[in-house]
Ligand binder design. Structure first.
Ligand code: C2E
Ligand code: CA
Ligand code: CA
Ligand code: CA
Length: 284
C-alpha cells in the first residue's frame, strides 16, 4: 500500500487494502518463488473427438505458495505479466513441458508422439528471445517441433502488425503449431485469419457451455457450425475446451470439431496421469 502517512481513504476500506497487500505480496514474492522452484505444471489431456484417443496435453502452471497453498494461474500470471517475470517464468514452463513431452515420447514411441500445448503470454511474443529460446529447448530435449503447439490468445493478435507476427511465422515455418486460444471472444475479423500463421483454432469455453442445454441454442449451433466450416476451409483444426458432459462432446463432434479438452475427459493433473491415459489408449 501507500506510505505510512495515515491515509484515511485506505483505512476506510480495509478489505481493498488487504487485497492490495496480497497482490503486492504475491508480486514481490514471484522472483524468489521461481528460484526456489515453487511453480509446478499440471497437464490436461486433449483427445480426438472421433474416438476419444489421447492427442496430447496442455501445460497449465500452478504456484505452490508456502503460505497460501496452491494458487491458480489467474492469481499470478497477470502479476507476472505486469512485472516482466512472465518471460523467465514462461521460458521455464516451456522447457519443463517440452522435457515432459520428451519423456512421454520415450515411453510411447510406437503410439505416435503425444503433443504438448504451451500458453504464451503477449509479453513473451514481443520478447526478442522467443524464437531462439524455443529452438534451443527443442534441441536440448530432442523433441520434434511438430510435437509442440504454442497457444496465443485471439486478443493478443488482434491488429497485430508484421513485427509481432514475424517470430510466430518463424516458429510455424519450423513446424511448430500455433493455436489461437479463446477463439470467438475477441471480435477478430474472420478474414484476418488467413494473415495469421495459425493452424489451430481453440474455440472458447463459452461455446461449449451453450451446448449444455438440449436442444442447444440454434443460433449458437449455427455460429459453431460456421466457424468450423470456415476453419476447415482454411486448413485449420478446431479444438474445443471446457467439455464437461458427454452431451456436449457428442454435439461438438457432430458439428465437426476435431479435438477436445475438459473435465469430462480429465482434469489437469500430474504428468504420470498422461502415461496411464495413453497406455489405456494403446491397448484398446
Ligand atoms: P486457458 O489457456 O484458456 O486454459 C484453460 C482453462 O480452463 C484452465 O484453467 C483449465 O484448468 C480450465 N478447464 C479445463 N477444462 C475445463 C472444464 O471442463 N470446465 C471448466 N470450467 N474449466 C476447465 P487454469 O488452469 O486455471 O488456467 C487459466 C488460464 O491461465 C489459462 O486459460 C491460461 O490463459 C493461463 N495460463 C495457464 N498456464 C499458463 C502458462 O504457463 N503461461 C501463460 N502465459 N498463461 C497460462
Ligand atoms: Ca490455453
Ligand atoms: Ca482457452
Ligand atoms: Ca492410440
Amino acid at each position: 500500500a501507500k506510505s505510512a502517512g495515515g491515509n484515511r481513504f485506505e483505512l476506510a476500506d480495509p478489505e481493498a487494502d488487504a487485497r492490495a497487500i496480497t497482490r503486492h505480496g504475491l508480486t514481490t514474492a514471484l522472483p524468489a518463488a521461481l528460484e526456489r522452484g515453487e511453480f509446478f505444471i499440471e497437464y490436461q489431456p486433449l483427445v480426438h473427438l472421433g474416438d476419444g484417443s489421447v492427442h496430447g496435453a496442455e501445460a497449465l502452471v500452478r504456484w505452490l505458495h508456502p503460505q497460501h497453498g496452491v494458487l491458480g494461474p489467474d492469481r499470478f500470471i497477470p502479476l507476472a505479466e505486469h512485472t516482466g517475470l512472465i518471460v523467465p517464468l514462461g521460458r521455464w514452463v516451456l522447457e519443463q513441458s517440452v522435457r515432459q513431452a520428451g519423456r512421454w515420447h520415450e515411453r510411447h514411441a510406437d503410439s505416435g508422439p503425444l503433443r504438448i500445448n504451451v500458453n504464451l503470454s503477449p509479453c513473451q511474443l514481443t520478447h526478442p528471445g522467443l524464437v531462439q529460446d524455443t529452438v534451443e529447448i527443442l534441441e536440448r530435449t530432442g523433441v520434434a517441433p511438430e510435437a509442440l503447439c504454442l497457444e496465443v490468445t485471439e486478443s493478443a493478435l488482434i491488429g497485430a502488425d508484421d513485427d509481432l507476427l514475424k517470430p510466430l511465422r518463424r516458429l510455424a515455418e519450423m513446424g511448430v503449431d500455433i493455436a489461437l486460444d479463446d477463439f470467438g471472444t475477441g471480435y477478430s475479423n474472420l478474414a484476418n485469419l488467413r494473415r495469421l500463421p495459425v493452424s489451430i483454432l481453440k474455440l472458447d469455453r463459452s461455446f461449449t457451455q451453450s451446448m449444455q442445454q438440449f436442444p442447444a441454442d440454434p443460433v449458437d449451433l449455427k455460429i459453431v457450425e460456421g466457424i468450423v466450416s470456415l476453419a476447415h476451409s482454411l486448413d485449420l483444426a478446431v479444438t474445443v475446451e471446457g467439455v464437461e458432459t458427454g452431451a456436449q462432446a457428442e454435439q461438438l463432434r457432430i458439428l465437426g470439431c476435431d479435438t477436445a479438452q475438459g473435465w469430462y475427459y480429465a482434469r489437469p493433473g500430474p504428468p504420470e496421469r498422461l502415461h496411464e491415459l495413453a497406455l489405456v489408449d494403446a491397448t484398446r
